[in-house]
Design a protein around this ligand. Structure first.
Ligand code: PMP
Length: 394
């Protein structure tokens, strides 16, 4: 039987990671993998997570199953963090998921169940796992223009032009904040226009929010999602706690469905629960429980927010430093977009040859499309990167 299996394409980021590990050079710089690293190159366990784990170890009396949709307290706490009071609670349904990836997978399955002929519209470019999950589940997809390679900003006119082709029953996938891989994001007035278009077309937004708190702040980063939630009758929101709680391996995420009314929300809930049952039964609980404990405890929440803010402002400083170093070296502001972008990533706009030269000649690793992880830098390595960017002729 197994001889029928075909080779799977290699994951490019995983391949880059192993190339980096095998590189013997002392000063090599890893801007590849999408994980936050502090200036020492470590992905730390956040203080509030450690503190919650200690309490959990003392208090947890059972590891028996939770509910199929996870612990409702987790759903309430996380949906509140994302949506605040933008939607009445009786229009929400939710199910805990193994990470944001699990939430996206389940969202696509739900779309397939509800609207088998739907097309899912993806930004060009997007996180590669989006199209690969959609393809795996056999759902139609197409792209809308998003990133302008010249200005390295959002091509909003192109985006709106392309989204005119959306049909009733389609889904539009949007990044809630901190767009991966580009770092270029919609402004609030632009979110408003997108929301109006989605309503006009009778489409359903699927919002992937994996970096809340990494851009302009916890509230600011959720503003677009909340605006959509307030405007549209239906939406799906896939939230990940991997980055903002630093609990990548605990696989913690939530899929939220917003329905038109309370009765529909009940049916949507049954379907979310059903999908969990078919795919893995009970979602992982450890990370979800830590998140719930942190969000429900004033002291832990304050400490988590303070540490997240250190992470966010640290990345912003690196962005400004890099834009400044490049301004000084080129005498132009053409790299100013690096300071305008938000989140962990920026797409530099280098050619594949230049990305290769950065790796081969300078030991600087970024993804082939020139996505760089800003958190892979520190004050000392920023000038080295700026020098190399100029040298390879970006
Ligand atoms: N969406 C985007 C855009 C991401 O970058 C990521 C993480 N790389 C995720 C979702 C999901 O992450 P996880 O499954 O680890 O929560």
């Amino acid at each position: 039987m197994f001889t029928n299996l075909k080779e799977q394409p290699k994951d490019k980021i995983m391949a880059l990671m192993s190339q980096y590990r095998e590189d013997p050079r002392e000063g090599k710089i890893d801007l590849g993998v999408g994980v936050y690293k502090n200036p020492q190159g470590v992905t730390p366990v956040m203080r509030a997570v450690k503190a919650a784990e200690k309490v959990l170890w003392e208090l947890e009396s059972t590891k028996s199953y939770t509910g199929l949709a996870g612990d409702p307290a987790f759903g309430h706490a996380l949906s509140d963090l994302v949506l605040a009071d933008s939607v009445p609670a009786d229009r929400l349904s939710m199910a805990a998921q193994p990470g944001g990836t699990g939430a996206i997978h389940q969202a696509v399955e739900l779309i397939k169940m509800a609207s088998p002929d739907a097309t899912i519209w993806l930004s060009a470019p997007t996180w590669p796992n989006h199209p690969s999950i959609i393809k795996h589940l056999g759902v139609n997809m197409t792209e809308y223009r998003y990133f302008d390679n010249e200005s390295r900003a959002v091509d909003f006119d192109g985006m709106m032009e392309d989204l005119k082709g959306v049909k009733a029953g389609d889904a539009v996938l949007l990044h809630g904040c901190c767009h991966n891989p580009t770092g270029a994001n919609l402004t609030l007035p632009q979110w408003k226009e997108v929301a109006a278009l989605i309503v006009e077309k009778g489409a359903t937004p699927l919002i992937d929010i994996a970096y809340q708190g990494f851009g302009d702040g916890l509230e600011e980063d959720a503003a677009g999602v909340r605006l959509i939630a307030q405007t549209v009758p239906e939406a799906l929101i896939a939230a990940s706690c991997s980055k903002n709680f630093g609990i990548y391996r605990e696989r913690t995420g939530l899929l939220v469905g917003i329905s038109d009314n309370a009765q529909q929300a009940g049916i949507t809930q049954q379907n979310l629960t059903h999908l969990n049952r078919q795919n893995f039964s009970f979602p992982p609980d450890h990370g979800a429980r830590l998140v719930t404990m942190i969000l429900e405890d004033e002291g832990l929440k304050a400490d988590w927010m303070a540490e997240l803010e250190e992470v966010r402002t640290g990345m912003l400083k690196l962005r400004e430093q890099l834009a400044g170093e490049l301004r000084a070296r080129t005498g132009s502001d053409r790299f100013g977009f690096i300071a305008d972008h938000r989140g962990m990533f920026s797409r530099l706009g280098a050619t594949p040859e230049q990305v290769e030269a950065l790796r081969v000649d300078h030991g600087i690793y970024m993804v082939g499309d020139s996505r760089m992880n800003i958190a892979g830098l520190n004050e000392e390595t920023v000038p080295i990167l700026a020098e190399a960017i100029v040298k390879v002729g970006v």
